[in-house]
Design a protein around this ligand. Sequence first.
Ligand SMILES: [Zn+2]
Length: 475
Amino acid sequence: MSAHRLKTKALCRRWHRCSELGEETISGPTSDIVVTNGRLVIGPQVIQGGVAIKDGVIAAIGRESSLPDSKEVIDVAGAYILPGVIDPHVHFREPGLTNREDFASGSTAATIGGVTTVFEMPNTVPPTAGADAVMAKRELVKPKSLVDFGLFGMVGQTNVDRIEEMAEAGVIGFKFYLHQTIEGMPPCDDGALFEAFQRIAAVGGVAAVHAENPEIIGRCSAHLRAHGHSDVTANIAARPTVSESEMVARCIAYARAAGNRLHICHVTSAESVDEIASAKRRHLPVTAETGPQWLWFTEVDAAEKGMVLMFSPPFRSEGDRKALWDALQDGRLDMVATDHAPRHREEKLVASVWDAKSGFIGVETNVPLMMGAVDQGRLSIQTYARISSENAARAFGLWPRKGSLLPGSDGDLTIVGVGAAHAIEAERLHSKAKVTPFDGVSTTGSVKYTILGGQVMMRDQNVTGSPRGRDVVRA
Ligand SMILES: [Zn+2]
């Protein structure tokens, strides 16, 4: 029996007296909504049955015949029922950059894409770099959000001493942009980085890092510019694999000494995967994400498609791409995050790569794409449930409230099917900016329903709920 299965059984025993999930129904009293005729993905098991939710919380799971009565019953016709998907890396651009996105448009895209919780990044205007900014952002976005959310606090060279107040204000984690100055905040030097990790260890927080070496990138970029290189491949040449993997290794070394939890954002290379795997073998609390863009595209695609694939960190080799898929399947990488970062055409599809902005929309297309990959046998559905929800919840201290279908967890469900191939159409997506390299890409995955706290937020690609998102740390 796997360690994971043992843990699932132990949890199950603690809350109920059942010998084996799926053989008995775990039931409670009447419920507010029952979802039937699905395939529940629970740890290593896939169980035919349904879920009952009462007062926003999962009340029972199991075979239909034994689920409690309910006012509302939804027959999902054999679709998979996953724990509500968490996107642990989105930029909804509010406050200050709302011409690109805001919490209303971003969370609409998220709920249509099957996402129930997002962790939102702090590089806004002003940046979310102190307790006042955290609290102001929470008040601003909560009335608009169709999804639950966590807010990252930003740490740079000049605000290491504000870590404790941001922890007190309830951030989901601390984001470090180590590759460049963001909104006037220079990246931490090594001294500030190590001190920040020590402070984060003391408050029990998570340090999340954009791990790229600014000195290597700066020198390479200057050299390439001086020699007249300006297409998208120059951005790739300016950011060699070692500029990522060295910074990953450096952060792991400091986190090991400081004793904090460390999360590596958007891993793109096999070398970085090796560093993370080595840390995991030493039982260090290190987690890491990659995104669908690096799982789909390579440097060859970038050379062909041009500026739409301008991204930092950039696209790598086919060997790197394969390593990312393998690492998701075997657990060396923990989760899929989209780094949803809306950019308008005029910001991105420009003549010179030195003027182009990194990023594109992703929160709406991630689940359909990844479910298509499950359908093709690239990942198991059980692995997908872990990397789309459970592992993010565990890494950021939300499990089993999030990332679980067991009774007592939040009533968040992502209900997905596989079937006929359909092409993603950028113009039909719900972000304010429409630029995505997935325009025209075909997938067989589709999201049928998004349920947040027992409320149907999306049905057949139509929003059916109103804003009810909560800050997951404060809730
Ligand atoms: Zn990002």
